[in-house]
Ligand binder design. Structure first.
Ligand code: GLP
Length: 243
């Protein structure tokens, strides 16, 4: 563990409050900031808290831009299980962010390389990600960067591992409906964010959390690269904290 600041909270609700403080501070300092967003169940208390704070007049999302980490290959934006739909349902439809200021990789892209390059170019045109939110998969994936023999740099297509397909089948009618591939920001894209907040809750994440921040930096544990980022805040609950 080199630079990471660790905040241990009681439960997922408190995680949501503390993580929201970081987003509120960023948006207050820079009203047109660029935030990187994540899906999964872990960020949900944070998204509820952000929507609540905007209703209370504490945050204003009207100038904020957002770029999501990833999307399933082959799912249309309005597909029930697409990450675009997840973001609409759980955050965007409840805050004042402008639709044109939100980007999610295009699950239906046919020219994959062009889509990935355009995604990177849009983030760069916005001036880069100011604050990136991350969850973590049980195998240490961030976005959909799965364990590998190297750290992939830019937005690209990935083949999902059996473990990830299995973990995500709960959202689909059957395991056969889970897409086998996805598009994700690369490790380089993620590491270029000026600040990163990682949220981790639940005892099932304890083991991977220990490997990530207290083990060697290894592309087989993709999130371990975060040890080399100068501005990471890890917010985890007592159940996930390994010590
Ligand atoms: C998916 C997403 C990740 C997320 C992970 C963990 O694989 N692509 O960005 O971090 O799920 O999800 P959960 O928070 O539900 O455990």
């Amino acid at each position: 563990m080199i630079h990471t600041r660790v905040i241990v909270v009681k439960n997922p609700e408190e995680m949501g409050v503390i993580a929201a403080d970081h987003f509120e501070a960023m948006i207050q300092t820079k009203p047109a900031c660029v935030i990187g967003l994540a899906t999964g169940s872990t960020p949900l208390p944070l998204y509820r808290e952000l929507a609540k704070r905007e209703k209370e007049g504490k945050i204003d999302f009207s100038r904020v831009r957002s770029a999501n980490l990833d999307e399933y290959k082959g799912l249309a934006p309005d597909h029930e299980q697409s990450y675009r739909k997840f973001m609409q349902d759980n955050l965007f439809d409840h805050i004042s962010i402008k639709p044109e200021n939100t980007i999610v990789p295009d699950g239906l892209a046919t020219d994959v390389q062009a889509m990935c390059e355009a995604y990177e170019a849009q983030i760069e045109a916005w001036g880069g990600v100011d604050l990136q939110l991350l969850g973590i998969g049980h195998d240490g994936h961030i976005g959909f960067n799965e364990p590998d023999d190297h750290f992939p740099a830019m937005t690209h297509e990935v083949k999902l591992t059996e473990m990830t397909i299995d973990a995500n089948k709960r959202f689909f009618d059957s395991i056969d409906d889970v897409p086998k591939s996805a598009f994700t920001m690369g490790i380089g894209t993620i590491m270029a964010a000026k600040k990163i907040v990682m949220v981790v809750t639940g005892a099932d994440k304890k083991e991977i959390l220990k490997k990530t921040f207290w083990g060697p930096v290894d592309p087989q544990v993709p999130a371990s690269i975060l040890q080399f980022h100068p501005n990471v805040v890890l917010i985890c609950d007592e159940a996930a904290y390994p010590f």
